[in-house]
Design a protein around this ligand. Sequence first.
Ligand code: ADP
Length: 455
Amino acid sequence: MTGVVSFEKLKKQVAAHEIDTVLVCLVDMQGRLMGKRFHARNFVEHAFEETHCCNYLLATDLEMATPDGYASTSWESGYGDYVMKPDLSTIRPMPWLEGTAMVLCDVLDHHTHKEIPHSPRAVLKKQVARLAELGFAAQTATELEFFLFEKSFDEIRKSGFRDLEPISGYNEDYHILQTTKEEAIMRPLRNHLVAAGLPIENTKGEAEAGQEELNIRYSPAMDCAEFHTVAKHATKEIAWLNGRAATFLPKWHHDRVGSSSHIHQSLWTLKGKSAFFDADKDLGMSDTMRHYVAGLLKFAPDYTYFMAPYINSYKRFAKGTFAPTKVTWSVDNRTSGFRLCGAGTKAIRMECRVGGSDINPYLAIAAQLAAGISGLEEKLELAAPTRGDVYRDKKAKDIPTNLSVAADALRKSKMLREAMGDEVIDHYVRAATWEQEEFARIVTDYEVARGFERA
Ligand code: ADP
């Protein structure tokens, strides 16, 4: 049982009692799997056609609140249904769960059966199609960084998320001895994901106690986003199965390094030739690559929300932590927001280092493609790369420093409105303002400790 399975094969597995459960899922705004657990027999006989879900699933927050202000749904409109239409090309086993497979769904309007434009899969599909019209396909890879903790999710929650102890006691960057001690989780994670059809490259320790990185081989953009979503889900479940917790919160403590999700990207012709590599050009960067990267840089403030969607995301952008603070590009320099990798070779690509571990990969990749496409269409010129310690470059443009600045840039982005549609942008602007409203309302531990006696 390895890799994506055809519907015919699934039917045989169900008849042979190898699969008894099919998870029928959509990807929500936060990049999570949401849906229903079908008895496999019902799925292969009926539910493979379609099932339904409440339409608040694409207008909620991490805690499943029902905020007002979304045009797509509300109490007023009665929170009706969406159609979940299984995409049968995405059936895969989930080998870490007994007898279980999963399928991803497109999300359709209940009445018109048209795809819901703000559904993350639809948002990315649209940019992939725009790129194809220009004669290109994007290959992308999203790195997944996260922390493992000694205790389980339940224990941590019951203790009020206090006294968090990472699974290891020291910085484990590239550390073989320390990561050997974490193999009870990381080895099954790699092996189960490979059995589920994901091209896993490796895992490694990262630059903090308890911090891990999972690398998946680059793939067409839609596959990459799907791999990221499945891998993140599996990481949490396999940690849970082992009585541990895994967090993708970008900054779980202000004194610890944050977790990122760097996005590597390259364009290819539809015949499979790198459109980024030109052996005769400086650094091997083709004109196509230069225009594309100029778009990534020009529109970085516009799309930062999709790279950093929560209040906490912005705490990661700290000097001297390998998380960027400036919108610059550079040649293999990890202090810059954008790092050229594979210069002078066919593996040439741009790594965007802005995204945190909390990205929704569909939205983040779509935003990158939209910016790159604008660069191509406008034939934007790329400035010279920056050198040295970019954190100290006073002339370089800042990455938006908080959610409010990023939400405002998103709201005003002519480029993203044209690329994704007003409906989509207004929807995600509301998601951003809701995060700010909730944070403004809640009294935090920090405020109480700081001011209780001293104010
Ligand atoms: P690093 O040492 O910076 O982590 P890696 O060599 O491990 O870099 O590559 C990081 C990611 O880049 C991997 O997931 C890899 O599959 C991806 N990658 C390699 N070549 C390309 C390419 N041409 N386009 C997009 N991604 C690529």
